[in-house]
Ligand binder design. Structure first.
Ligand code: GLV
Ligand code: MG
Length: 304
């Protein structure tokens, strides 16, 4: 089964224990909402939260928002129960499972195999539940190339700056920014490594959570920088961040208009037996055509 292509400009986190927040998340404009069974859920709540999450996935009107959960890491006592209980109760209403703290390909295989068994037992369509993984352990970043190819369910890799900075022993503030003046982006290596691995495997890269929900300008700048690198979206840890991400990661009208002019100019060059042409004093060749096509396809995916 081919991987579904989904918009993921904004991925909204909602604690799976807080059922009073679910309706607002379901009605939001987030491209994807994940009900979080992991770190936003107190350990004592994690088992009962599974039932709350499954009920909400099944019963609420999610519109075009993709429905996801974040399970607990495969090295915890909760992992198998999270998958079995939520899939058994939510069935077709669950589209994506986010797997945190992935360290190697074996972690992805473990979830993939469990899902395959469940789909067969429950009579669900095969391989319909997709996966996203969080790279937030240094070991996971070391192995990100093989992780990206570990399963054809895998749709995206997310950079988890919070746990990653802890795993690396970095000294950061509560927004996971360096606690001293640091030239450039301290996480550039991780971000670059992740987007290259994701793209090489034909999947998406999603940027990190940004705890400072009262800093819209800083959040927007972080979105723009991630988008410049090829990330297609960012986590939103608060509804206030959704629109900012949706706008930042979508092509602008000017970009789209320019992309269409590039395609037209290139086609004209082709018709004249050439591989390049001048447009507004700039050379346009095959690489420009590729950029323009990518942008136009992304806009189509977003319904623009
Ligand atoms: C996300 O889970 C993070 O740790 O940043
Ligand atoms: Mg984390």
């Amino acid at each position: 089964m081919p991987r579904p292509r989904r918009p993921r400009r904004s991925e909204l986190a909602t604690p799976a224990s807080n059922d009073h927040m679910f309706a607002k998340s379901a009605a939001s404009a987030a491209d994807l909402v994940f009900l979080d069974l992991e770190d936003a859920c107190a350990p004592a709540e994690r088992v009962t939260a599974r039932g709350k999450a499954a009920k909400a996935l099944r019963e609420l009107d999610w519109g075009s928002t993709a429905r996801a959960i974040r399970m607990n890491g495969v090295d915890t006592q909760w992992a198998y129960g999270d998958v079995i209980e939520v899939v058994t109760n939510a069935r077709e209403s669950l589209e994506v499972i986010i797997v945190p703290k992935v360290r190697g390909a074996r972690d992805v295989w473990w979830v993939d195999t469990l899902l395959t068994q469940l789909e067969e037992t429950l009579g669900l369509p095969s391989k319909r539940i997709g996966l996203e993984v969080l790279i937030e352990e240094t070991e996971g970043l070391e192995n990100v190339g093989e992780i990206a190819r570990a399963s054809d369910r895998l749709e995206a890799i997310i950079f988890g700056a919070g746990d990653f900075s802890a795993s690396q022993g970095a000294r950061v503030d509560t927004n996971f920014d360096p606690f001293v003046e640091y030239p450039g982006d301290m996480w550039h290596y991780a971000r670059a490594r992740i987007v290259v691995a994701a793209r090489s495997a034909g999947i998406d890269a999603i940027d990190a959570p940004f705890p400072n929900y009262r800093g819209p300008d800083a959040y927007r700048t972080a979105c723009d920088r991630a988008a410049a690198m090829g990330y297609v979206g960012k986590w939103a840890i608060h509804p206030a961040q959704i629109e900012l991400a949706n706008t930042a990661f979508a092509p602008t009208e000017d970009e789209l208009a320019h992309a269409r002019r590039v395609v037209a100019a290139y086609r004209e060059a082709e018709d004249n037996g050439k591989g390049a042409i001048g447009l507004d004093g700039m050379l346009v060749d095959g690489a420009h055509l590729r950029h323009a096509d990518t942008l136009i396809h992304f806009a189509e995916l977003l319904g623009l």
